[in-house]
Design a protein around this ligand. Structure first.
Ligand code: GTP
Length: 603
């Protein structure tokens, strides 16, 4: 296919602005899927994605489109729709020459619109602004066009107004893709060079790498090498994605497709890596970063007898997702398990949900923590002899006496909201140790604020909090902002005098008292009364800083039944048994499994 008639593009948008709906329409128009198929959002495959209505894993499709009597090959490279996956988004974008930037005609520019815009802008791509949902009663495309002009400096005449749902002006979107985007400039005569921008694992065929060819061509049987891992493979199968796989004999520069080459784990086809012919090594493409976990949590089977089942489920899931890091771990209270690292909180939730839904595994997940660093004052006292260590488990927090300085990860957050909520938002941000860096109006009554936050402060429930206090109007996105020195200490939680390692957290010194008190109160709420009194304490070192008491109580569910309705009795007994299944003994105390996470959530 001639390179001049290829266009590679992505759709980027804030969550729910209609990316998947537009992608479906584009597939329908070009006949890649039939209308009757009406396979709602074929591009979103995972069950959790459907449930939550968010795209987690990118899917890609090659479309053939007739324009002025010529056939064009349009490669729609789908991107994940969440901040946790911004690295994946940046890699998908680097395989394109342009993007469709979708903005909801009613909601206007949101935090993720801004973040995605900058990813495309920095990659110097052609940006086509698309205002979606113009069919909505309270749509205000005019206002959104003004925002786009003001915030992104794109003339408002360049915006296309569409309704992805009704199909209005969707054909025009494809025409503009052909007209405004440049074709890729890659050359077939150059040595073969391809970017891996996504990968999937198939039980029977192994790893399926999605690639964009930046030069040369690739045929079945070729020997290729992955630049960053330096491993070599033979190509067994390759082809186009339509969006299902369509095997071909060859792929050429400028095309996008899939490659199967005997890779056994997705870790072998890392996103951002470069493939080349073994006989013709090339410079790897810039921008490769190995996945960096920013949220860590312990994971344990509810019941130790489920350990091996859970282990195989975790192994299968990580085969599919190379960005999860896995370390074996064990705890006195919860037995053998793992410490897992995720890109962000949503990534962690998706993983847990898949474990429960696809593998029917019942797990305890401990409170998430961010990777702190400690600069040691006398490295020789520590067995590895390093100067700087990263702490992913609060229970292994090194003692102050060994440490010169602690560092915590920071993020730059973007918040967009109607200005009625400015006061409330500022106080929430202050409460999370946020430092305001900037505030601008994007139209008459909407503001965009920039805040520097410690990642730890926003990781658990900041977004929910922001949403609820702004009646759902505020949006939030963040990016990595390095490490900063922090005065943090380890706080332990004791149940009846015994420290529970899984409830240990790292807190800011100034907040230790209030955090300790809050955790004790939440545990008091979360742990049901039992046959004996339970003391819940928070301690710094040997000093107890907060305490709550859970009074003894014997829960007798049958007291509610008068008379002899036996089925009712059975039902209640069953309910109590089910309730117990969600409990775990810590020493002699029964603790509900969600308590480990809920203990960190603020009111
Ligand atoms: P993520 O996958 O989370 O990134 O969301 P998305 O951007 O793909 O949004 P999606 O396509 O799932 O659409 C979100 C919601 O908006 C769905 O309920 C759609 O039916 C609805 N929607 C999409 N386009 C339109 C439109 O043109 N008009 C109206 N009224 N609703 C639309």
């Amino acid at each position: 296919f001639p390179v001049e008639r290829i266009r590679n593009f992505s759709i980027i948008a804030h969550i729910d602005h209609g990316k998947s709906t537009l992608a479906d329409r584009l597939l329908e128009i070009t006949g890649a899927i039939t209308k009757t198929q009406k396979n709602k959002q074929v591009l979103d495959k995972l069950q959790v994605e459907r449930e939550r209505g968010i795209t987690v894993k990118a899917q890609t499709a090659s479309l053939f489109y007739e324009y002025e009597n010529q056939t064009y090959l349009l490669n729609l490279i789908d991107t994940p729709g969440h901040v946790d996956f911004s690295y994946e988004v940046s890699r998908s974008i680097s395989a394109c020459q342009g993007v469709l930037l979708i903005v909801d005609a009613n909601q206007g520019i949101q935090a993720q619109t801004v973040a995605n815009f900058y990813l495309a802008f920095e990659a110097q791509l052609t940006i086509i602004p698309v205002i979606n949902k113009i069919d909505l009663k309270n749509a205000d495309p005019e206002r959104v066009e003004n925002q786009i002009e003001k915030v992104f400096d794109i003339p408002k005449e360049e915006c296309i107004r569409i309704s992805a749902k009704l199909g209005t002006n969707v054909d025009q979107v494809l025409q503009e893709v052909v007209k405004r985007l440049p074709p890729p400039t890659f050359n077939r005569e150059d040595p073969f060079k391809a970017l891996v921008f996504d990968s999937n694992f198939d039980q029977y065929r192994g790893v399926i790498a999605n690639v964009a060819l930046f030069g040369g061509c690739l045929s079945k049987g070729d020997r290729i090498v992955s630049a960053h891992l330096g491993k070599s493979y033979e190509v067994n199968e390759l082809g186009l994605l339509k969006p299902e796989e369509l095997p071909m004999e060859r792929l050429y520069a400028g095309q996008v497709g899939y490659v199967i080459a005997g890779m056994k784990e997705v870790k072998e086809a890392q996103i951002g890596d470069t493939l080349y012919h073994q006989k013709h090594p090339v410079e790897p493409l810039p921008g490769f970063k190995p996945a960096k976990a920013m949220v860590f949590a312990g994971m344990y089977p509810m019941d130790q007898s489920d350990y091996s089942t859970l282990r195989s489920a975790v192994e299968k899931l990580t085969l599919n997702d190379s960005s999860v890091t896995v370390q074996r771990d064990s705890s006195l209270a919860l037995g053998a398990g793992w410490r897992l690292g995720f890109l962000g909180l949503l990534h962690m939730e998706v993983f847990n949900q898949r474990l429960e839904q696809e593998y029917n595994a019942s797990v305890i997940v401990t409170a998430p923590t961010v990777p702190y660093k400690a600069i040691l004052s006398s490295p020789r006292l520590i067995k590895h002899g390093r100067e700087e260590i990263t702490i992913v488990n609060p229970a292994q927090f090194p003692d102050r006496s060994l440490v010169k300085e602690y560092l915590e990860p920071m993020v730059m957050g973007t918040i967009i909201s109607p200005d009625d909520y400015i006061g409330k938002i500022m106080s929430v941000c202050l409460n999370r140790r946020g430092i305001q860096k900037n505030m601008v109006y994007i139209d008459d009554h909407r503001v965009m604020m920039k805040y520097l936050f410690p990642l730890n402060e926003i990781v658990v429930d900041f977004y929910d909090h922001l949403k609820s206090m702004s009646s759902g109007y505020a949006s939030f996105d963040y990016e990595d902002a390095g490490y900063q020195a922090a005065d943090v200490i380890r706080m332990d939680i004791l149940l009846n005098g015994k420290p529970v390692e899984e409830l240990t957290t790292i807190v800011h010194r100034d907040r230790a008292y209030s955090a300790g008190k809050a955790m004790c109160e939440r545990l008091q709420d979360a742990i049901p009364r039992q046959m004996f009194e339970i003391a819940v304490q928070a301690a710094i070192g040997s000093k107890v800083i907060a305490r709550e008491t859970i009074k003894a109580f014997r829960k007798n569910v049958l007291a509610k039944c008068y008379g002899g309705d036996i089925t009712r009795k059975m039902k209640l007994l069953k309910k109590q048994a089910e309730g117990k299944k969600k409990m775990r003994y810590i020493g002699t105390v029964q603790v509900p499994k969600d308590a480990f996470i809920n203990v960190l959530k603020r009111k």
